[in-house]
Design a protein around this ligand. Structure first.
Ligand code: WT7
Length: 651
């Protein structure tokens, strides 16, 4: 693990404080008094607190126990309770919000659709019946590999309706990655599209699925949505067109009555080993966590037009595009494509066109907007906005201020939300009508969440001292396990620091108790807000026939947060060349996906290792960042390696 201490200095200087605007406080769902009350209540009586909050969901049958922690760290929340996530996101809104728009979708080429809650409900019911007809039953796993279209949301909810556990794989992942995830989950069916649009080009999803299915023996059936319209291969008996099966499917499909702990979805994310982790979330606790935090943190109201720019392939899309907002009956904007297509003002155009009131995006996007220039947002009327959100990585104070001034017109609070795929929902964030913000800080844990910054032994560290961010108590939307690997779950999250959930983030708390998250302390990179394991990229590289060894590290990147630098030693007789660098980059893209494309490949004769054979990553990080290497290097096996790497660096 690397010490978070080194990065502390940069944020220590930030002292600006932004109290919630008076006008916002006056109408906020949670004002400062209510905020205080919730916190005190949750501390005094956590079970009673969660039991009361859980009333925001519709239950078919009540639970008998709020939390069963007797088999810790395996939690069961709302024990014995019965519900259905799709019922909570759809059916219960039909009486009062049937004609309210649920999804306001815009495709990259400019086509658009508006789906009411009633329409979304009908589509989900029909699709659920199609899935049943294709042999899918409660408990089966279904992979979803789709562009960001309304049907992707329907696919998730159709699975939830019949109790099939979905595993959404982001459309930017490769065929190999799809196959790995199919196999790990044991998926029986995959839902995809012919393609999706990205920067004017077609992402060939179905072609990728064809390759993936040649390596995914458990997947027997493929359902294909027609989106882009280019020809694709349809394997008779295996592949079916969405529109054909939907044409005669009944819109009547009662929701399955499911246990609170019924597995809702598996979502794969990178950990510190080469193998992605299948994070498992269940129904009751997850839905409560996402719905409740979506209300609290986004202050959601019926009139809002809410836009979270994430793809449903990421947890942000699961929790804050689909489950949280729809459970709350919100109007959700979806945009299929890139923020700079056809021009750099696409997002601002969308905000103006749909009169978006709440906008939630990632710091890496904000930094791109800054680079593209203020003239793009300035061309558009953004006065509908009332609240802004940030997620995925620490937001640097400069980006925060730009977001606040240029996008928020100085009037919109910014909610910097810290959470993880594993936490299911936001854990640390300001509630906008109650908590003064500081640029770059996610502020304080939400009511019911107990977080701390501790040392390796679990002892709290003094204010303004770097340490490990931990969560000291279970919470409803926590992951339940790593799919098929309970041991890894126990070890990675609850076996690192005694008695607490280990986040793998470094952080400090300031004198006001505000949390400043500094980033991962494990071998996980955060590239444009996406998690990538260095080991996963290394393993892709060493599978190339010309590569002997590889070490991958991050280096600071102005836009992406972190860039990917690969140190590679070649097999005997292979000559390094610029072409080979490109070949290796393409190889990583093929193995993992475009999001893992290395920024820099550096050939070296050997990797710096300790006497025990461990790669000296800190050294490599310093070299990758162009920093001079300080500290004790006496364990270096071979000083000349370092010298050579440096020579290359100075090139
Ligand atoms: C990692 C989790 C949670 C949705 C998107 C990412 C980093 C996330 C923040 C934030 C500082 C943040 C952490 C965390 N992170 N939000 N507001 N401030 N860092 O989910 O892919 O599971 O990644 O993202 O390092 O551990 P994820």
């Amino acid at each position: 693990m690397t010490s978070p201490a080194a990065t502390i200095e940069s944020v220590l200087k930030e002292t600006r404080l932004f109290p919630p605007p008076e006008e916002f406080v006056r109408q906020a769902r949670i004002n400062p008094q209510e905020y205080q009350r919730l916190h005190e209540w949750a501390e005094r009586d956590p079970d009673g607190f969660w039991a009361e909050q859980a009333k925001i969901l519709d239950w078919f049958a009540p639970w008998t126990q709020v939390l069963d922690w007797s088999n810790a760290p395996h939690a069961r929340w709302f024990v014995g309770g019965k519900l259905n996530a799709s019922y909570n996101c759809l059916d219960r809104h039909l009486a009062n919000r049937g004609d309210k728009i649920a999804l306001l979708w815009e495709g990259e080429p400019g086509d658009s659709q508006a789906w009411t809650y009633r329409q979304l409900h009908a589509e989900v019911c029909r699709l659920a019946n199609v899935l049943k007809k294709l042999g899918i039953r409660t408990g089966d796993r279904v992979t979803i590999y789709m562009p960001l279209v309304p049907e992707a949301v329907a696919a998730m909810l159709a699975c939830a309706r019949i109790g099939a556990t979905h595993s959404v794989v982001f459309g930017g992942f490769s065929a190999e990655a799809v196959a790995d995830r199919n196999n790990d989950a044991g998926s029986k069916l995959i839902i995809t599209a012919d393609g999706g649009w990205r920067r004017g080009k077609i992402v060939p999803l179905k072609d990728n699925v064809d390759i993936a299915l040649s390596k995914s023996p458990t997947v027997k059936t493929c359902l294909v949505l027609r989106r882009t319209g280019q020809p694709v291969q349809m394997v008779p008996g295996r592949d079916f067109w969405w529109h054909e099966l939907m044409a005669d499917a009944s819109p009547d499909c009662p929701p399955e009555v499911l246990d609170s702990e019924h597995p809702l979805f598996i979502l794969y994310t990178s950990g510190s080993t080469g193998k992605p982790k299948g994070v498992l979330h269940t129904t009751g606790g997850y839905l409560l966590g996402t719905a409740l935090t979506h209300r609290w943190v986004f202050d959601i109201r019926d009139e809002d037009v809410y836009w979270c720019s994430a793809d449903v392939g990421w947890v942000t899309g699961h929790s804050y595009v689909v489950y949280g907002p729809l459970a709350n009956g919100a109007t959700v904007v979806l945009y299929e494509g890139a923020p700079n297509h056809p021009q750099e003002d696409r997002f601002w155009q969308i905000i103006e066109k749909y009169k978006v009131t709440i906008f939630y995006t990632a710091p890496t996007a904000i930094r791109s907007f800054i680079k593209w220039g203020e003239e793009h947002p300035r061309k558009h009327n953004l006065s509908s906005l009332r609240l802004l959100g940030s997620v995925g990585e620490p937001i640097n104070p400069e980006a925060w201020m730009w977001y606040h001034t240029v996008i928020g017109g100085g009037r919109c609070p910014i909610v910097d939300t810290w959470w993880q795929t594993e936490t299911g929902a936001i854990l640390i964030a300001p509630i906008p009508g109650a908590v003064p913000t500081k640029p770059g800080s996610a502020t304080r844990p939400l009511p019911g969440i107990r977080a701390a910054v501790v040392d390796k032994a679990g002892r709290p560290v003094p204010p303004n001292t770097g340490g490990y961010l931990v969560i000291q108590r279970p919470w409803p939307s926590m992951l339940r396990t790593i799919y098929g690997d309970d041991e890894r779950y126990r070890q990675a999250y609850w076996g690192q620091i005694p008695g607490v959930y280990f986040t793998a983030d470094g952080a400090r708390q300031d004198e006001d108790g505000y949390f400043w998250i500094m980033g991962r302390v494990d071998d996980v990179l955060n590239v444009s807000g996406h998690r990538l394991s260095t080991m996963e990229i290394e393993s892709a590289l060493v599978h190339h026939p010309k590569v002997a060894e590889a070490a991958v590290v991050g280096r600071p990147d102005e836009i992406k947060g972190e860039g990917i630098v690969c140190f590679v030693t070649l097999k005997q007789g292979v000559t390094p060349s610029a072409e080979l660098k490109e070949e290796l980059k393409a190889h990583v893209v093929k193995d993992i996906g475009a999001l893992a494309r290395p920024d820099d490949i550096r050939f070296t004769d050997a990797l710096p290792k300790t006497r025990s054979g461990k790669i000296m990553r800190r050294l490599l990080r310093d070299i990758a960042a162009g920093r001079s290497t300080t500290g004790d290097v006496t364990t270096l096996e071979d000083f000349s390696i370092l010298a050579r790497l440096r020579e290359e660096e100075e090139g």
